[in-house]
Each structure stands twice: as structure tokens, then as C-alpha cells.
Design a protein. Structure first.
Lengths: 153, 723
């Protein structure tokens, strides 16, 4: 049993230590985080642990430390949508949408560290799989959100 | 998306105008109840007093945008306020009860819109006419003196107006019109416009529910292991340890082929499953390998007997008198759909009723599979349609996952069970893109004109795999000749070659084949467009000019080709180090072409730019068509560089994305789209541009390297890598 901060609120995870975080989160009703491969290849399960993008299908609950902050797709918006979410809407990025939570979480972690990523950095950091092929619109949305964030700063 | 429908059958007389689509369309309505909160004007349109307009969608959204496109078509004729539109999926059970009032639910072959545009627009138009009629009746004026715009009916002479929300209940009582005239597409204001999708917001907040996310009280989770050897069966298993594990409720057999663990959490079920020792009866294919399949297909290239798909003149005689003969052999492998959401379904079974919540491209087929597995009449079953985390054809025909979920749930009556295939299970039990080879042979005269072409395809028929009875009755599989046909709407061979023979030696390895985005157009276009380039090269011709000459009598094929050549500035030399390749094809009713720009440095291929054009006849949502074009290149280039399923000991060798690689962001080229609807016909948009993705890039690689790649995928058969 471990207590963490999940999307800003205290949460006890009372599951086996070897259960991947993905399945513990989904049991809590946070189904925006998706199962895609189970081996940290596709990134559909990406969440943030203390702001770092992590593939939750392959990280056991036992790897968490008490008090760590976990953010899922359900928790990245404040009173308004995250600039990336808004950009994904503005540019009509999602097709089937199944990978998009993971794409957004990966992109949000990228922008929080590098508010103005160039194409090479986007290529390096955005390694999640999208079978519908929304990559070009994801890239454009990252740039739009980047402009929004850096303009505000 | 919920599928709750507000009205029951008693509100309708479900019979009506028989349309060209071959089914009944429910325009004939019984009087709606005066107190009905949400009057249904007909099967397609429900308008509530709060002005919300619910448009029913029969075809399925899986990312391709058909939900928005179909709603645009209905809304266009309805003349409603687009901002008030919401959508709803009727269930196949409701369709069954209402005499198939919504027609076909099948969503494949890029048919979502092109097969249903006529009757869904008529649904919208009929509803508008009834609303206008209701207003005219209330005012005691002629319908022809009323105008309608954005959900408001106005009688200008008396300066009166009423909203659709105010009129809907009265309109529902009006006799539906018999003569419906649809708008000329040039007058469209909602359809034809690049409107944003209706289903985006929930997809970026995590709120969108896929069938993977479906939950209900008391839900249990199942993990399944099916015999990994095609044609094999379950012999015995030992689940002693599994039954002692945390959360495990039951271990069950699934038909005679698999073992499933049911637990309170899917990961626990999967962990328990891994501890079960299973002995398989490996069956007749226990030694089957890719090498054996290749040998069978090579034999087909030499065979005397083959089904003819397109023939004119006498190709064999023309070869005898040809000045020059050019030959080349190509191959295209099995591929997996690899939808991001693995197969899954939730089923609740009781002896009286069986329901499933699942992702399907054809809920009617899914219903049939569910009813069969449940052992109940279809009338006592239903499918609640959930958004698909990708379809690409995998969820179009075989509903093995629904069937298995039902077989498991049947062993736990009253308990809802969600079966999720692990990614490994998903990859081992696909309905794969069929494997084929082709031998291309052309005869040229002394001026370099193509006098004869023989295209011999050898390989698997999808129809034989999914509908063996129909295949054996027909003795052929028409889909094998997609894009190579002499005529028709599906895929016409555009080149004028006086002596032509295209035939198919059918060779069916015991591997399940299925429809896979683009289907047989993928390899047919790759074979043909690569070889056309080879002929251009052999005759010292410019690949564009060579095609233009052969396409002179196929103006629509030519138009898209010219469009990409113009935009890519084919007439100007490419920048230093950049090489171009072209391809064109026609399929699923649409004409497509692409120009690829690549560079090759050492063994690294970089794709700098794709210019792609499509003429789908009518473009219902141009920006969504652009999204489909972009996506089709991701899918098609993933196939070209990586996609390959191989067999060893009767089993698929690839089990997850570490061995079945997918194109990622860093490799995705820039795609410039040209949407050039000519009007006059309705073509599909979800697939067609995938046909030209691989051949355009292959032709550019050949231009860059001087070497022709003929065996796919590139990763397995060349030193070249995409960077």
C-alpha cells in the first residue's frame, strides 16, 4: 500500500507491488491512460511521475515512492485546457484517438522542459506510435502550443 | 458515445420507400406521441424542444471522420444549425427490429459515405420538408412561401418564424414526402466544408470511452491464450497455480482452441494465464514456414491455370513479335493491422439475453457472431457500439474476439466479462494482409512502345479465407484485381496497352487473411507502378511522360498524376541529392497519385516530401480528407519499410512492436495534399491514397540508387533504412 498524489489529490494504491501502474490507474476509473503493448514500446500508457513522462505499462507500483506526484491525461488541464489539448482541438489532430492521451502526455513533458523544441528535439522525444498517422498534426500542435506558452511567459 | 435511443418501435411503421440501396428506408412514420420528449422525424433525425438535433449514424467511426462527414450530409439537407448537431449510433438490434431502417452498418472499403450518401441525405431532406410543412400548416400558408435556414422556418410575408425545436412534434405527425429532391452539391454550405470533427474534445481529455474502457457493475476481466499454431487445438492444461492467484475467479476453455482466466483485474488475469501449462494439439500446420509459403507462391507464378481479371488483345502472341522483353518479379508479405487498441469485447450473458459492448466495423456481423456463440436468436442479443481504437479492416469481418468473449461469459451467466487480448495474442491471431507475388512481363516495339503486358499474380485470396463458400461458388476473388479492372467503379486499370493479360494463380496458405487498409490495391499498385517505372527506365523515358502517354485515354487517372507533378515541379530539376518518384492508381471509386522526394545517403533513406492528390468525386470534408491522406502515408510507409509477418512452425514470429516495427514521428515525411473533387461520382477517402504511398517512394529510391527494390518490406530485404 502506498500513498501518492494523483492528479493533485491524495490517493492510496492498495494493490500488489508488481502490478504495472497502468492497471492500477485504470481500476481507479482513469481510463484515459491506454494499454497498447505492455512492453513500453508504443507509449499509449504515458503518464507523468513528478513531471517526467513514463510508460506506465512497464513500471510496477513498487517503483513509486510515497508522496510522488502522478499526473494522467485527466489531470493535465487546469481551469482551462492545457495549451496542447487546445492545440490538438484547433488542428483536429486525433483520428481514432486511442494513442492521443499518450501523445499529449509525452508532448506536455517535452514542453515543460523545453518550451521551444525544434524539429530534431520533437523527433527525439516524441516516439509514441500512432497507427492513424497523425504525426504531422501532432508536430504542428506542439509548435502551436509552444508559441502559446512562450508568448505568455 | 451512448447508443440509447429515445423512441421505441411503437412510434413507427417500419416500412417504406424502397430505394436503390436495396433495403427499406423508414420514412413512413406512425404518428409520434404528442408528449414524446424528443420527436423522431425519421430514422436519421431526432429534434428535441431544446433545439438539439440528433443525427443517427449507421456506419462506424474509427478515426476516418465518417461520423462528422455523414452528419454534415444529413445536416446539409436538413438545413439545421450545425452547432446544435449531436450524433448517436443505433444498435444492430434496433436495426433488426426496425426492418433494417438504417441499412448497412458495414464500414470498410472506404464505403462509409460513398455507399450511403444518397439515403442519409434523403433522410435529412425529408425531415426538413416535414418541418416546413408543419409550419405552413400552423400558419395556414403555402409551404412554397416558407423559407428555412439554420433550423428556423420563416414566412416572410407575415414576418413569422418558428424553430425546429418548436415544430418537431407537429412535424413528426406529418406524412413523409415521397418525392425528395436533393441539393446540387455546388449549393452546399455544411457539406463540402472543412468543418472540425465532432468527436475531438473527449479524445484530448481522456474522456472518450473505447470498448477497452467500458465498465459496468460487477465487471470481471478475462485474458485469453488461443492455440498459436494455425489450425491447432487445445489438448490439455494445468491451471492449479492460476486458480490460487489473487483476484482469479475462474479458468475456462474457449471453444476447443483456447484457455481463459477470469479475474477482477485484467493484469491479474494475464499473470495467472502465464502460469498455466498448456499442451496444444498442433494440427496439420505444425511445420509450416514462410519458406514453404514462398515456394508455393513461386510455383503459382509458373502455373498454367490462373483466373483472368483483365484481358485484351493477345499478350502471348505479342511477346513473340516484341522487339524487347522486360521481366521482373515482386513480392508483398503478410502484414498485421496492429490497431492501437487490441481486440476486446465485454459480454453480459443470461439464458434470455446476450449483450456486447465492443468496437466493430460491422455491428451486424458482430451481432451474428454474438448470437451464434451465445446460442440465442439475434433478436435476443445486441451490440452496443463503442468507438474503435483503430480498425483498418481488422474489425470488419471476423469478430472472433466477440465470439470468444461470449463463450467465456456464457460460462458465467449474469456476470459481465471483458475479454482483452494482450498485444501478443492480438499479433498472433490476426487476419493478415494476404501474401502475394507477381511476375511482370512487358513487350516493347522498336520505338519503345509497350505492345504487351502480362501481370501474373500468385497468392492468397481474402475471400477464400473469410467466405470460403462464396469463393468456391465463384471460383475467383474479384478483390484480387483491385485497381486492375477493365471497367467499373472500384478500380480501373488506366494504361492503354493493346495486348494485356492480368491473371491470378490462387494459392491459399492456411493463414487467415483479411481486409487491411487499402487491401489488394496496395500490392497491385506497388507491382504495376514499380514496373511501369522500370519500363520507362528501359526505354530511356521520363517516368511522367511515359505514364502520360499511356494514360492519354484515362483523363481522370491523368488529372491527379498531372496535379502532383505540377505541384512537385516535376519539370524542374530536383534540388541536389533529392530524387523523385511517381505513382498513380484508381481504387474504391477514387483517383489518386503521389510524388515522393527522397535522398539516400549511405544506407539511409530520407523522405523529404510527399505530394499526394485525390479525386473522390465529391469531397464532403476537405480537411478530413487531408487528414486521411496524411495518415494513409504513415500506414503505407510503415508497411513499405517494416511491415512483415513471418511464419515458423505454424506460428507467427512477431508478437509485439519490438519485432513488428511501426513508422514513428521522426520518419514521417511532410505530406502536401491536393483534394481535387471533380463532381460526378462518389469515391472513398479513408484508403485510396495508401495505394500510391509505397510505389512513389520505391520509384524515388530507384531513381536515387539505380537499384530496384522488389521484395517487401525494405527493412528485411535491403541494407537501406529509413531515417
Amino acid at each position: 500500500m502506498i500513498e501518492i498524489i494523483l492528479n493533485g489529490k491524495k490517493q492510496v494504491l492498495d494493490v500488489e507491488g508488481d502490478m504495472p501502474i497502468l492497471w492500477a490507474l485504470r481500476d481507479l476509473g482513469l481510463t484515459g491512460t491506454k494499454y497498447g503493448c505492455g512492453i513500453a514500446q508504443c507509449g499509449a500508457c504515458t503518464i507523468h511521475i513528478d513531471g517526467e513522462a513514463v510508460r506506465s505499462c512497464s513500471l510496477p507500483v513498487s517503483a513509486l515512492q510515497a508522496g510522488q506526484k502522478i499526473t494522467t491525461i485527466e489531470g493535465i488541464a487546469g481551469t482551462v485546457l492545457h495549451p496542447l489539448q487546445q492545440a490538438f482541438i484547433d488542428l483536429d489532430v486525433p483520428q481514432c484517438g486511442y494513442c492521443q492521451s499518450g501523445q499529449l502526455m509525452a508532448a506536455a513533458a517535452l514542453l515543460s522542459k523545453n518550451p521551444k523544441p525544434d524539429d530534431a528535439l520533437i523527433d527525439q522525444e516524441m516516439t509514441n506510435i500512432c497507427r492513424c498517422g497523425t504525426y504531422n498534426r501532432i508536430r504542428a500542435a506542439i509548435k502551436q502550443a509552444s508559441a502559446h506558452i512562450t508568448q505568455k511567459a | 458515445m451512448t447508443t440509447s435511443l429515445p423512441l421505441s418501435r411503437r412510434h413507427f411503421l417500419a416500412s417504406a420507400t424502397a430505394l436503390a440501396g436495396g433495403f427499406q428506408l423508414g420514412f413512413t412514420l406512425a404518428p409520434a406521441q404528442a408528449d414524446s420528449p424528443k420527436p423522431e422525424l425519421n430514422a436519421w433525425v431526432v429534434i428535441a424542444p431544446d433545439e438539439s438535433v440528433t443525427i443517427r449514424i449507421a456506419r462506424m467511426e474509427m478515426g476516418q471522420g465518417t461520423l462528422t462527414g455523414l452528419a454534415q450530409l444529413v445536416a446539409e439537407e436538413l438545413e439545421c444549425d450545425w452547432s446544435k448537431v449531436r450524433t448517436e449510433y443505433p444498435t444492430p438490434g434496433q436495426n433488426l427490429k426496425r426492418n433494417r431502417v438504417w441499412g448497412n452498418f458495414a464500414t470498410g472499403g472506404s464505403r462509409g459515405i460513398r455507399d450511403s450518401h444518397d439515403y442519409v441525405r434523403k433522410g435529412g431532406a425529408a425531415a426538413r420538408m416535414m418541418l416546413v410543412s408543419a409550419a405552413a400548416k400552423q400558419w395556414g400558408v403555402a409551404e412554397s412561401d416558407c423559407t428555412v435556414s439554420k433550423g428556423i422556418v420563416t414566412h416572410k410575408a407575415s414576418n413569422r418564424s418558428l424553430s425546429y425545436g418548436q415544430l418537431a412534434q407537429a412535424a413528426a405527425l406529418i406524412e413523409p414526402p415521397k418525392d425528395i429532391v436533393l441539393k446540387d452539391p455546388k449549393d452546399w454550405t455544411i457539406a463540402g466544408k472543412p468543418l472540425p470533427r465532432l468527436d475531438t474534445r473527449d479524445k484530448v481529455t481522456g474522456a472518450q470511452l473505447y470498448s477497452m474502457d467500458h465498465t459496468m457493475p460487477g465487471l470481471l476481466h478475462a485474458a485469453l491464450k488461443n492455440c498459436p499454431i494455425f489450425g491447432g487445438k487445445l489438448k490439455s492444461y494445468d491451471a492449479k497455480q492460476a486458480l490460487t492467484m489473487k483476484g482469479v475467479k475462474k479458468v475456462v476453455t474457449v471453444a476447443d482452441k483456447g484457455v481463459a482466466v477470469v479475474a477482477d483485474n485484467w493484469w491479474r488475469a494475464q499473470q495467472a494465464l502465464e502460469t498455466i501449462t498448456i499442451v496444444w494439439d498442433e494440427g496439420p500446420n505444425a511445420t509450416l514456414s514462410s519458406a514453404a509459403i514462398e515456394a508455393t507462391l513461386k510455383q503459382g507464378l509458373e502455373a498454367q491455370d490462373a483466373v483472368i481479371g483483365n484481358q485484351s488483345g493477345d499478350a502471348k502472341a505479342a511477346f513473340a513479335s516484341a522487339h524487347q522483353i522486360i521481366e521482373a518479379e515482386y513480392s508483398y508479405p503478410y502484414q498485421h493491422h496492429a490497431t492501437m487498441e487490441p481486440m476486446n469485447a465485454t459480454v453480459l450473458y443470461t439464458p434470455e439475453k446476450c449483450e456486447a459492448w465492443t468496437s466493430t466495423q460491422n455491428a451486424e456481423t458482430a451481432l451474428a457472431a454474438l448470437a451464434k456463440a451465445a446460442g440465442l436468436p439475434a433478436e435476443q442479443c445486441d451490440i452496443h457500439r463503442m468507438l474503435l481504437g483503430g480498425g483498418f479492416g481488422r474489425r470488419a469481418v471476423s469478430h472472433d474476439y466477440v465470439e470468444q468473449a461470449a463463450l467465456i461469459a456464457k460460462q458465467m451467466p449474469g456476470v459481465p466479462v471483458k475479454l482483452i487480448w494482450s498485444r501478443e495474442e492480438d499479433m498472433l491471431h490476426g487476419h493478415y494482409h494476404p501474401i502475394t507475388r507477381a511476375r511482370m512481363k512487358a513487350g516493347l516495339d522498336s520505338q519503345g512502345n509497350v505492345t504487351a503486358l502480362h501481370m501474373r499474380i500468385s497468392g492468397q485470396s481474402i475471400m477464400a479465407s473469410i467466405n470460403a463458400n462464396a469463393f468456391f461458388a465463384a471460383g475467383r476473388d474479384p478483390s484480387s484485381f483491385q485497381g486492375l479492372n477493365p471497367g467499373g467503379t472500384e478500380g480501373v486499370f488506366g494504361y492503354a496497352i493493346p495486348n494485356l493479360l492480368i491473371d491470378h494463380a490462387i494459392r491459399n496458405p492456411p493463414i487467415p487473411a483479411g481486409y487491411w487498409r487499402g487491401v489488394n490495391n496496395n500490392q497491385n499498385a506497388l507491382y504495376l507502378e514499380s514496373f511501369i517505372d522500370e519500363l520507362a527506365q528501359a526505354t530511356g523515358s521520363d517516368p511522367l511522360a511515359f505514364r502520360q502517354k499511356l494514360l492519354a485515354k484515362s483523363p481522370q487517372h491523368l488529372a491527379v498524376l498531372n496535379a502532383v507533378a505540377d505541384k512537385a515541379e516535376w519539370h524542374k530539376p530536383a534540388p541536389k541529392g533529392i530524387y523523385r518518384g511517381l505513382a498513380q492508381h484508381m481504387g474504391y471509386g477514387s483517383y489518386v497519385a503521389a510524388c515522393a522526394e527522397v535522398s539516400v545517403t549511405g544506407n539511409k533513406i530520407q523522405i523529404h516530401r510527399i505530394v499526394a492528390a485525390t479525386n473522390p468525386g465529391h469531397a464532403v470534408n476537405p480537411q478530413q480528407i487531408m487528414a486521411q491522406i496524411e495518415g494513409s502515408f504513415a500506414y503505407g510507409l510503415s508497411a513499405l519499410f517494416y511491415g512483415e509477418i513471418t511464419l515458423k512452425d505454424g506460428k507467427v514470429e512477431q508478437e509485439n512492436f519490438d519485432t513488428y516495427e511501426i513508422l514513428r514521428m521522426a520518419q514521417m515525411p511532410k505530406v502536401e495534399s491536393i483534394v481535387m473533387p471533380s463532381g460526378g461520382f462518389w469515391g472513398g477517402v479513408g484508403e485510396p491514397t495508401i495505394f500510391v504511398a509505397a510505389p512513389a517512394v520505391l520509384n524515388a529510391i530507384a531513381a536515387a540508387t539505380g537499384k530496384r527494390l522488389r521484395t517487401m518490406p525494405i527493412q528485411s530485404h535491403s541494407d537501406l533504412k529509413i531515417s
